[in-house]
Design a protein around this ligand. Sequence first.
Ligand SMILES: [Zn+2]
Ligand SMILES: [Zn+2]
Ligand SMILES: [Zn+2]
Ligand SMILES: [Zn+2]
Length: 417
Amino acid sequence: MDIDGEGDSMDELKSLRITTLDDDDEDITVDEDDNDEDDEEEEEEEAVILGFVEKPEHNWSLLRQQFPSKTGGVPAWLDPENLPSGMPCVCDICGEPLQFLLQVYAPLVEKDSTFHRTLFVFMCLSMKCLLRDQHEQWKRHPDKQSRSVKVFRCQLPRTNPYYSSKPPEGNATDRPLTPGAPLCNWCGTWKGDKFCSSCKVARYCSQKHQVMHWRLGHKLECQEPSLSPQASDSSTCHGGIGQSRAPIVASKSLWPEYEMKNEHESEYDTEMSGDEGHTDNSLITSNRVDDGMKSLMDNFEGDGDKKSWASFQERIAKAPEQVLRYCRSAGSKPLWPILGGRPCKADIPLCSYCGGRLCFEFQILPQLLYFFGVKNDADSLDWATIAVYTCEASCEGVGYKHEFAWVQLGTSINCPS
Ligand SMILES: [Zn+2]
Ligand SMILES: [Zn+2]
Ligand SMILES: [Zn+2]
Ligand SMILES: [Zn+2]
């Protein structure tokens, strides 16, 4: 049927050339093979951008009008009004509101609608939920999956109601054009569309957070509204039209906030001398990762896993403090630490909005947990990698679109095959 639309199919051909010229129907059988041998070679050719965490230089550096990439703290929502609400904000397994993990500012130059584009990752704090999530992701019915890790994509054209079309000055004078939706006073993360019934000032995303706040301080505050931060400084409560600092958040359990800085992986190519990561900056490898992973090596059954782990380690050792690897180009693939527990193409759902393919965009490394101060206990949150797949077309639409995360845990025992 496509034969007539020559112009269109030329474009499609370009992007599909790597896989096959045949019908979609054949993809599943053809692509399963992809999983096995040829990843490593292709991987070497991809230009990967690495993400590193740093304490923010200024208190305004991570505000949304600066279009930051950041980890921990609260999200700097790109579209400050049409925030996700309801079910998307909670863990599908335990029902707790999800915690903000990180966001990556990743605009795409090819179209105006993606002039600004940010990807947000949230997860449940419970390792039990992540283990359940791990099983769910293998079910090939995306609409029925119960997940504890969720990814949202938001994009805006250059001319939009929320930000100036001029680039930010990169200083404290930058202001967004609108205040944005009021946020939960407890988590500072999700929309605060429920009020404290007593003072009618404090706002919450959920009853759970209202109860938390009540127990841990609001009970007193509530009787004297002048004490509460939102009453004394309205600019912070609403994400502020004159927002020059981050909103005040009552919860003390958010992860520590860092700015994420990018570097090309190629810049680290010459720094390694075959010393297997025992360089000065091998803080992480010598500390958290080595310990956890040595015991993990014992669980590996085949040589495949050991080989896969060794080549993963070798690659990561170029810059052991990396927390994120970004590579959005045709055919790019995650660097899998372990052979087992990798998805094949049929495990990656189609975009639930446009029906198009999802492609790999970035992966999150467990080094981030070290910077977050997460303990290395048996029941602490842990993962080998989280790979994020997003709509290849980065399809249009207002607000936040669900994308897909694939979690690979530290052992291959959960894999079906
Ligand atoms: Zn949960
Ligand atoms: Zn909340
Ligand atoms: Zn109250
Ligand atoms: Zn799409």
